[in-house]
Design a protein around this ligand. Structure first.
Ligand SMILES: *[C@@H]1O[C@H](CO)[C@@H](O)[C@H](O)[C@H]1NC(C)=O
Ligand SMILES: *[C@@H]1O[C@H](CO)[C@@H](O)[C@H](O)[C@H]1NC(C)=O
Ligand SMILES: *[C@@H]1O[C@H](CO)[C@@H](O)[C@H](O)[C@H]1NC(C)=O
Length: 406
């Protein structure tokens, strides 16, 4: 033992550059001036159980024609970060939540886009509206005040619109719009930090995801980096006005979708790159099951009229990402380097493209559409199939993509 230490010391002394390098790296990793992306945060990377990429790709169909690349971009620079797309019972829409906190709807060419609802009385045009900059970091400072509506669902019976807002929790607004009423902003006595998506059970219960107990939406990248698994599936119970924890310990729970006959629901776990099932009825009631490991990071899930599920995926994991996912200590060092996150992320090879896939109730893949060159969409959040057309939302860009389907 002693001899080994001695040897190491000698080695270092004989190689002063090596010693210097170690000291510099040590200093950087300690990040005394909080210059790194995680500076000032209680960053605690953990290991995640993500299926190896090569294994997933063995059975994952490819879209060699890159069909999604033939889609159209609509409403370019007219709407900002439309994540979720919804249509009302008269078929009007899309309705969508924007990065500036508004919920807007398309009323046809003559009227155009109109503001339909807001999630807070505090919203003002002066404070919140930043146009094309709404989807950039310029919005981050005011996002918490202005709101960030992500998941939208109409109750087809009443015409009320339910909203999952990152900051304002679960809300509802009447069919004529206006300021939404909060339904659920806390659970077990603590505020909900990051409501993300919802679906409405036929008995009135509302299932919604709460992505993390530790990070809000502006800091969502750290949930991925850290592997934070404090996310939950919640249920709001209208008769009692109470909110219940259905599932906890989830890694970035994101989209949620009930099956056609409501005997199960699907949810995505973004960090773990997978699609999960939670049984509500039958012999397996209350249990969860893996539906599919995915090649990239999933967002929302939406049902089509046949009872099949569209999943929006940001693709694909790279080798370096995979190594980082499996080795928390590497993430601990890497993301403590005092280099801006965008460079660190670029070096990890985050050149994403979009993949959308259609699953049946059994979890079999029915179709996969890709835009491998990222021509039409660089990031997808949700796919809605309606009247022979797919409507595709994106939380990070200023347009909606459409493509005829099938
Ligand atoms: C797509 O391309 C891959 C290799 O590039 C090939 O293995 C596969 O068979 C092709 N699929 C189809 C449907 O043509
Ligand atoms: C809304 O504005 C009021 C008055 O300025 C302030 O007290 C309150 O904290 C604000 N609410 C939020 C959620 O920002
Ligand atoms: C509605 O259904 C959900 C899911 O099965 C269940 O948890 C909840 O208790 C039901 N609510 C009522 C009021 O029956």
């Amino acid at each position: 033992m002693e001899r080994r230490i001695q040897l190491r010391d000698e080695l270092l002394l004989q190689h002063p550059y090596l010693l210097f390098l170690l000291v510099v790296i040590g200093f950087l990793v300690m990040d005394p001036f909080d210059l790194s992306p995680v500076g000032g945060l209680d960053f605690r990377p953990v290991r995640n159980h993500v299926a190896p990429y090569n294994q997933v790709m063995e059975s994952w169909p490819r879209d060699n024609r890159s069909r999604l690349g033939q889609g159209n971009l609509e409403f370019v620079d007219e709407i900002f970060g439309p994540e979720s797309l919804e249509f009302d019972r008269w078929g009007r829409g899309p309705y969508t939540g924007l990065a500036d906190g508004r919920i807007v709807r398309w009323m046809g060419k003559d009227v155009g886009w109109e503001t339909f609802a807001l999630v807070t009385h505090n919203w003002t045009e002066k404070l919140c509206v930043k146009g094309k900059d709404s989807t950039t970091s310029k919005q981050w400072k005011v996002e918490q005040q202005c709101g960030r509506p992500l998941g939208l669902r109409f109750d087809k019976q009443t015409g009320n619109l339910y909203i999952a807002d990152s900051y304002y929790g679960l809300l509802v607004v009447r069919p004529e719009g206006g300021i939404a009423t909060p339904l659920s902003t806390e659970v077990e006595g603590k505020p909900i930090l990051f409501a993300n998506d919802l679906d409405i059970h036929r008995n009135g219960s509302i299932f919604f995801t709460d992505t993390s107990k530790r990070y809000n939406r502006v800091n969502h990248f750290f949930i991925l980096l850290e592997g934070d698994s404090s996310g939950r599936l919640l249920r709001y119970d209208p008769p009692t006005g109470t909110t219940h924890v259905v599932l906890e310990g989830l890694a970035f729970p994101n989209g949620v979708q009930l099956s056609k006959d409501h005997n199960f629901l699907l949810y995505t776990e973004t960090t773990n790159c997978r699609l999960m099932k939670y049984w509500l009825e039958g012999p397996k009631s209350g249990s969860i099951e893996l539906v599919a490991n995915l090649p990239g990071f999933p967002d929302n899930v939406r049902l089509n009229e046949k009872g099949e599920f569209w999943v929006a995926i940001d693709c694909c994991r790279t080798k370096i990402q995979e190594t980082l996912i499996q080795n928390p200590w590497m993430r601990n060092i890497y993301f403590r380097l005092p280099i801006p996150m965008r460079y660190l992320a670029r070096m990890v090879g985050m050149k994403m493209y979009t993949v959308i896939s259609l699953f049946n109730e059994k979890g079999e893949i029915l179709d996969v559409l890709e835009d491998r060159k990222g021509k039409v969409m660089k990031l997808v959040s949700e796919v809605r199939e309606l009247n022979g057309k797919l409507w595709i939302g994106t939380v990070a860009h200023n347009h909606i993509a459409t493509i005829n389907y099938p």
